[in-house]
Design a protein around this ligand. Structure first.
Ligand code: CA
Length: 360
């Protein structure tokens, strides 16, 4: 059917034309927004960088192009560890990274990424969305003109890459290891030297001997960086990062300047990516672990029980001490700890009991 005929049959061209004319000014006047998203990840890095890309694409598509978000990898606009400041002052409207990188701003930030022997991915989401965590996170970041949102989770990470075996706590003494956040503080307490380096610098630092060991994420990401070429042993479990939450940070003013529907789109796109990334890691880690072992002959090692036990004791001390440093961190710690105690009681008879039964 020709268009002209269709319009006639649809009940009068005049009415339709009038309707379009009336709608046109509104459509033309709809404001367009262009946002920059800076990230702490190398551009397009599997899982983390591609998660940020997905977030930008979702917002752009869900808004019908009214809000277009362009992603910048680490160093493209600002260096990895300047993402927080860049979004805080409005150089970029949005950022993607992990809250433990910002412990220099507040010790409390680390609780919103990962706590050694803390919450796993499922529990982090429970605490943040339904256990009071989000309210505390928002309160903290409001001081920096930022609105936070969970925007990805790696699941439980690996313990890291080492060139010597870790048979007792003594083997951690003097060890120079890349390990960020509270995990780094625990390593320091165990006699090691923690360093914080952006992901993009890990391989060369390990290869050149500038560091003795490094952790990064898990099989999927560690394979992508080729870390197996620079270290012999691959240790588990990732006691220091049991389910790391990645974050989206949004400049408060930029978010407030959006119409309500676009604000809803931005925050819900973060929620979608938060779930999507965990699903991706769960699937891709399986395949990557297989490749690391069969193709690259990586030697898997489990931290001995007594090392883990000691690290857990040190972690409890370190976390409690850091929490006592200021009133707000103490408030976050109490909320986190109460949730962890309750989650442990429930998961002992649910997830944990089930995983054990599955191995029988
Ligand atoms: Ca890590």
């Amino acid at each position: 059917m020709k268009r002209r005929d269709f319009i006639k049959k649809a009940g009068g061209g005049t009415l339709l034309a009038t309707g379009l004319a009336a709608a046109a000014p509104t459509l033309m006047a709809a404001p367009q927004f262009r946002w920059k998203m800076v990230t702490t990840w190398p551009k397009n890095f599997p899982g983390l960088g591609t998660g940020a890309n997905k977030l930008a694409k979702l917002i752009t598509e869900m808004s019908g192009g009214r809000l277009r978000v362009k992603v910048y990898g680490a160093k493209e606009l600002v260096p990895a560890f300047e993402v927080f400041d860049a979004v805080s002052r409005g150089t970029a409207e949005m950022g993607h990274g992990a809250a433990y990188y910002w412990k220099g701003k507040s010790e409390a930030a680390q609780f919103f990424a990962a706590v050694p022997f803390g919450l796993n991915a499922q529990e982090m989401n429970g605490w943040l969305y339904y256990g009071g965590g989000m309210k505390l996170w928002q309160e903290l970041y409001a001081r920096f003109n930022l609105v936070p949102s969970p925007a990805g989770n790696t699941g439980v990470q690996m313990g890291g890459w080492f060139n010597k075996e870790i048979n007792s706590l003594k083997d951690l003494k003097g060890l120079k290891m890349r390990i960020p956040g509270l995990g780094g503080e625990v390593l320091k307490r165990a006699g090691g030297t923690p360093v914080n380096l952006p992901g993009g610098e890990l391989y060369t630092s390990l290869q050149s001997g500038a560091i003795d060991a490094t952790e990064w994420v898990g099989p999927y990401n560690d394979l992508a960086f080729g870390l197996y070429k620079a270290a012999k042993y691959y240790y588990y479990p990732g006691w220091h990062e049991p389910g790391t939450t990645l974050e989206a940070i949004i400049n408060q003013k930029a978010l407030a300047a959006l119409p309500k529907d676009l604000q809803t789109i931005v925050l819900n796109a973060c929620k979608v990516v938060n779930q999507d990334m965990l699903a991706e890691y769960t699937a891709r880690n399986n395949a990557a672990l297989h490749t690391l072992i069969t193709k690259h002959k990586v030697e898997l090692r489990q931290f001995p029980d007594d090392v883990l036990k000691k690290l857990r004791q040190l972690s409890d001390e370190v976390v409690a001490e850091i929490a006592a440093k200021d009133k707000f961190t103490s408030k976050v710690y109490r909320s986190f700890k109460q949730f962890r105690d309750e989650a442990m009681a429930w998961h002992r008879i649910s997830e944990q009991a089930y995983l054990r039964a599955r191995e029988m």
